[in-house]
Design a protein around this ligand. Structure first.
Ligand SMILES: Cc1cc2nc3c(=O)[nH]c(=O)nc-3n(C[C@H](O)[C@H](O)[C@H](O)COP(=O)(O)OP(=O)(O)OC[C@H]3O[C@@H](n4cnc5c(N)ncnc54)[C@H](O)[C@@H]3O)c2cc1C
Length: 468
């Protein structure tokens, strides 16, 4: 059964996010050593929003992006802009009210920016729903929100709020890029930062910067044990289905996890979500999605994505030291939290403000989730060392050439694509994702295309096999 469904994927569905359809972008690569006041590493929603708030402030601001603008986690999200985030306010306890205020501020920032800059990104006001089988949990979340003055309705097995949105994240980011360039922000794409020292080193050039903003999702050069000590990575499977019954709501449900929203005549449907250290069989995971989603119509796009889940469910935004700042750990709510990070990081740079709630140096270590994270990352590391040399499927072989462990993918034209079977980040062995045709690290989430080019961090190196 699995193979039947899997074989059909190739014929019928595009293995990419719907937001990347018709992606057009003109890029400029870094071609010399440069100096700047603020260097932003990463061209996702965090990086571009930070630059937007630093425009025209008498600072030389530069963005470097290792691939292209928006193509990281942001391009693969479901792009809901909402403050109703499952049962977050129950979880956050005494931090719930300040978190809510920041979410509302972020929604206001993003919608006002879209209006002010006249950005055509299919912004749509929709109602947000959270479904849960346990009515008591819904009532508790509703009561908390109502005590903060939010109007929440309980209907059957869900709660709902108004004044939330959905949009097209790539149209938004590409327009922001245009605005940034017009306002003298320099943007260099296909420019990979590989080392931060007194200078910042890209593959070929050096950058001198007074401040550095790490907007690169999973930072490889700092927080060496970000996973598993401070957080874990959660992966989900998403598809876009042709469906003419566009409805004016977005929803999420826990147990089982489902997330839905509409985009024009498409239904975006997500299932998952699991710690990337577990459930490695991507064929099986995608098959499950296809089985569930097919009942809504014809699936056109299919992809997966992962985000950083912090131990205390709050984002990591702020100063690491006087030179380094970071925005990450958005717990799958990066449209609001990435926007918020952009505002906060710019405020820190311009006015040295302090935001205690999101402080990167807060105590994330002594947390009940920590032991489970450490065990699952260790399990992933060891398990994949052991399955080395196992035949993965008929097109993929793990073997050794001379003394090097390699993975070989044999494409439909019988061409062999050979990569080192070792993630350059911390040395984990890789798995093959034979739906999206990527080599994935099950420990910290680096992803590489079939030829070994790194498409998602924390690795900042490729794994293309070089004949000795
Ligand atoms: C399945 C799923 C669904 C989601 N849906 C939603 C949703 O509906 N609503 C919501 O609010 N959030 C959602 N999120 C969360 C959201 O997508 C992310 O939190 C957000 O996109 C992160 O943005 P970012 O700018 O931090 O990272 P990214 O978008 O990943 O940007 C980081 C950029 O840095 C670049 N980079 C990395 N390393 C380097 C380097 N060494 N040198 C140069 N550049 C580098 C990368 O190439 C990348 O482009 C979802 C997440 C998942 C996993």
């Amino acid at each position: 059964m699995t193979d039947i469904i899997h074989n059909n994927i190739g014929d019928r569905m595009k293995k990419q996010s719907i937001w990347m359809n018709e992606y057009k972008n003109k890029i400029n690569k870094l071609n010399k050593d440069i100096e700047c006041d603020v260097l932003i590493i990463g061209g996702g929603i965090t990086g571009l929003t930070t630059a937007y708030h630093l425009m025209n402030k008498n600072l030389k601001v530069v963005i470097v992006e290792k691939n292209q603008i928006g193509c990281g986690t942001t391009a693969k999200s479901t792009a809901k802009i909402t403050y109703l985030q499952d049962l977050i306010y129950t979880k956050l306890k005494d931090k719930a009210l300040p978190y809510l205020k920041y979410q509302l501020e972020a929604i206001n920032t993003i919608t006002k920016t879209i209006e002010k800059e006249n950005i055509d990104c299919d912004l749509e006001k929709v109602e947000s729903r959270v479904i849960n089988k346990n009515k008591d949990k819904l009532i508790k979340e509703k009561n908390i929100l109502e005590s903060f003055g939010i109007n929440v309705k309980l209907i059957n097995n869900y709660i709902k709020v108004d004044n939330t949105y959905v949009f097209h994240p790539i149209k938004y980011l590409l327009k922001l890029k245009e605005i940034l360039l017009k306002n003298n922000i320099e943007i260099y794409e296909k420019t990979n930062v590989i080392k931060i020292h007194d200078l910042i080193y890209t593959d070929k050039y050096k950058i001198k910067a007074k401040k550095i903003v790490l907007a690169c999702h999973y930072p490889f050069f700092l927080f060496p044990l970000l996973t598993p000590i401070h957080c874990y990575l959660e992966r989900s499977y998403i598809c876009s289905i042709k469906n003419k019954t566009n409805q004016n709501f977005s929803l999420i449900s826990n147990n089982p996890v489902i997330s839905m929203r509409y985009y024009k005549d498409n239904l975006i449907y997500l299932i998952g979500s699991h710690n990337i250290n577990n459930k490695y069989n991507e064929t099986k995971n995608f098959d499950k999605l296809i089985k569930q989603a097919s009942k809504f119509g014809k699936i056109e796009y299919i992809w997966s994505n992962h985000d950083i889940i912090t131990n205390d469910n709050l984002p990591i935004i702020g100063k690491i030291n006087n030179r380094l700042l970071i925005g990450t750990g958005y717990n799958t709510w990066g449209m609001t939290n990435g926007t918020l990070a952009g505002k906060i990081l710019s405020e820190i740079i311009l006015n040295d403000k302090y935001y205690e709630l999101f402080d990167p140096k807060r105590n994330l270590i002594f947390n009940i989730n920590n032991l489970a994270n450490i065990l699952s990352t260790s399990k992933a590391y060891i398990e994949n060392k052991i399955i080395l040399n196992k035949k993965w499927n008929k097109n993929v072989i793990f073997t050794k050439i001379n003394d090097d462990s390699v993975g070989i993918y044999i494409d439909n034209n019988k061409k062999k694509h050979i990569v080192y079977n070792k993630c350059p980040h911390l040395g984990c062995n890789l798995l093959f994702n034979d739906v999206e045709l990527t080599w994935d690290c099950p420990c910290h989430g680096s992803r590489f295309d079939i030829d070994g080019n790194c498409i998602m961090g924390p690795s900042c190196h490729n794994i293309k096999y070089k004949k000795q």
